[in-house]
Structure formats: C-alpha cells, structure tokens
Design a binder for this molecule. Structure first.
Ligand code: LIP
Length: 266
C-alpha cells in the first residue's frame, strides 16, 4: 500500500494503535524499569520497547517503503514520502505506577505535514482520531474544544521535564501562571492532555521540552477539534514550547508565557 490517502493512513494507524494499546495494557501490571535515559527518573520499560517494535512491524509490513521516527527506536529511513511518528507509551511514569493516563500515539506525516493521527488511551477505552481537514473524534464521535474563556477562568494543563534544572525554571514560570488562571493540572502525558483539551476537559495546555512523538498525533487532533496549537511568535509547536487553546485564549496564554522565558531553561 503506497497511497498517501489520509483516511487509509488513519485506518492503518488506528488498527495498529489499538492492538498496541491492548498489548501495553495487558503488560502494565507489575511492569518494572528496564533502563533510564536523560535522568534517573526518565525511565523506559520493556513494554515501551516491545510495543514500539510491534507498531513498527505492523506499519512496515503494510507499507515497507515508509520511514519511521519512534521514541525508542529512533529514525528508520524510507522512500515513500510518508513518515510515521510513534510514541509507544506516552506517560511512561504513569504507566510504571499503574496509573491510567498513558497513551499510544501514532502520527502519519506526508510531505512533511502530519495528515493523520491516532491516540489510544486503553485504560480509559478512548481512541482519538483525526485527519487534516476531517475533524477530530473520540471513539468515532466528533469532539470540539471548549469555547474560549478569559485566562483567569482557564483550567490549564502543563508538564515538567526530567532534569532538575529545567524543572526549577518551569516552577518559576508556574509561580507567575498559577495565580493568573483558574487552576493547573499536571497529568503526565502530553497526548492525553492534548486530547483532553480537544474534548473540553481543559481550556489550555502548555509545555516545554517535548519531542515530536509526544505531540504530533495529539496536536492534529486538538487542531481539528478547533484549538490553535503552536509555539511562541508564530512558530509551529516545537521542543522549546508548545501552547494549545481555543483562539483568543491561546493569544492570552501566549502573551503571559512569552516574557517569562517559558521556552528556556533559565
Ligand atoms: C511525557 C510527556 C509529558 C511530560 C513528561 C514526559 P514520556 O513523555 O508526555 O507531557 O510532562 O515529563 O516527558 O516520557 O512519558 O514519553
């Protein structure tokens, strides 16, 4: 199958993501740390690696000429112009602790633009899907962001990095943000946070230090649900900072974060 048709890419991603989610959910009980990455708290489990291997196998068996970028397996070149961006378990610490908020994320990029995305939250029985221009769905039902509210009435999701230096700066930013908004939530999975925003479970989300696999599928889902998703000063979402909210609130939160160095490590 060499088509770039977003609907076909979405169907393959959804089938693969749900199978991967079932395997990961079955393996969650009693899971242990296999290794660490950037810091001792940045953990990887056997399931992170084996679930990504399953996803790569399913995708490349169906589409052998595609390329892949995955959190655990890195880059695999291809020639089709379609690239899969994969996070086998986003929210690994939640997964390790037996908590429900973790997700399997698969995005399909065609010609450098994400055109289809799937986020599976197995413990909650939620499968989020979107194609560019086709709307956003949870379990097949259309979803939409909550209407914009003033910043002071906004419930804001955020997250923190693994390094103590970055966390210190993120705490400094939060010290200014917290009294300016309704409240903060820290869920532990960028995918789950962005999909929650897409269905009105929060009004805004921001975080520094994410990788493309953390947000590529969920950012499309949030955009198709009506959110504006981006970085600072018109940039696309990136590892320096990602902000997502309904238009109007996005700009308010952006203008609060920009002078705080929210896109720096202090
Ligand atoms: C997680 C992100 C989350 C962030 C965590 C962690 P991981 O990704 O989804 O938003 O706050 O620190 O980076 O490491 O579980 O794949």
């Amino acid at each position: 199958m060499s088509t770039h048709d977003p609907a076909a890419l979405l169907a393959l991603a959804a089938e693969t993501g749900q199978e991967a989610g079932r395997v990961a959910a079955e393996g969650q009980a009693g899971i242990a740390v296999l290794d660490t990455k950037s810091t001792p708290t940045d953990v990887v489990t056997e399931m992170d690696r084996s679930v990504e291997e399953l996803i790569r196998k399913r995708l490349l068996t169906a589409r052998p000429d595609d390329s892949v970028l995955g959190e655990e397996g890195g880059r695999q070149a291809g020639s089709s112009g379609v690239r899969w961006i994969v996070d086998p378990i986003d929210g690994t610490v939640n997964y390790l602790y037996g908590r429900p908020d973790w997700a399997v994320s698969i995005a399909a990029e065609s010609g450098g633009e994400v055109v289809a995305g799937v986020v599976c939250v197995p413990v909650r029985g939620e499968v989020y899907t979107a194609t560019r221009g086709g709307g956003a769905f949870c379990n097949g039902e259309p979803i939409h962001v909550a209407p914009a509210v003033p910043l002071e009435m906004a419930l804001v999701d955020t997250g923190f990095g693994y390094s103590s230096a970055r966390r210190a700066q993120q705490a400094e930013v939060l010290r200014t943000v917290l009294p300016r908004v309704r409240d903060i939530r820290r869920g532990g999975s960028a995918c789950v946070d962005l999909c929650g925003l897409a269905r009105g479970r929060a009004n805004a989300y921001y975080e520094r230090g994410l990788n493309p696999w953390d947000w590529s599928a969920a950012a499309l889902i949030a955009e198709e649900a009506g959110a504006r998703v981006g970085g600072l000063h018109g940039a696309p979402p990136n590892s320096e900072l990602i902000i997502a909210a309904a238009p109007g609130l996005f700009e308010e939160l952006h203008d609060l974060l920009a002078p705080l160095g929210a896109d720096t490590d202090g």
